[in-house]
Design a protein around this ligand. Sequence first.
Ligand SMILES: Cc1cc2nc3c(=O)[nH]c(=O)nc-3n(C[C@H](O)[C@H](O)[C@H](O)COP(=O)(O)O)c2cc1C
Length: 187
Amino acid sequence: MGQISVSVGSEAKASAGAAGDAHTLRHAFLESMASNSTSVSVVTTSDGERPVGVTISACTSVSADPPTLLVCINRRSPAHAAVSANGVFAVNLLNVAQRGIADTFAGRSNSNKPFDFSCCTVTHGTHCAPLIDEAVASLECVLIAQQDIGTHTVFFGEVKGIRLGAPSPLLYCRRDYGRFEAFKESV
Ligand SMILES: Cc1cc2nc3c(=O)[nH]c(=O)nc-3n(C[C@H](O)[C@H](O)[C@H](O)COP(=O)(O)O)c2cc1C
């Protein structure tokens, strides 16, 4: 197995090769994160007239007391402005059969109109965000804080309602989808 070690310190940044080093570090970072297996969610909200959604992998539990999570959304995404303005959003953890929905809300479906809700059925939650039917879980959140970091904004949501659904989550790793399978043997 090959090993790559990359580090860029303040001295390296000051050197003539800093741009190249930063590029190498960025590449290694993207490769590392590509191996970070995650669940796949669609963050839904409304822009005041229409439902809006975006596929994300950057979702983390923050605290159970009170139930709080965070999502990271690119500032270029239309969902970014909508979440910020609406102040409420839902995180829909997709089930393993909902790959098409993930691709649609990532704008890269071959068969569905990008970002269009006709790829799924939704139920309107009590906090003004559409809940995707048959998701593993749909968590309705009220936006409590946000922080810009680089190209993205971290949105913190306090969870106000949860609808539990299908058992098997859709996973993403190495730029591809998969399913969770527990080890059969004990280690
Ligand atoms: C599996 C998967 C996970 C993604 N995770 C995120 C994420 O966590 N945050 C985010 O802003 N965009 C994420 N995206 C990208 C967005 O869904 C979407 O593709 C992007 O905002 C489209 O705009 P662009 O074409 O300008 O990049 C993800 C896409 C896929 C397919």
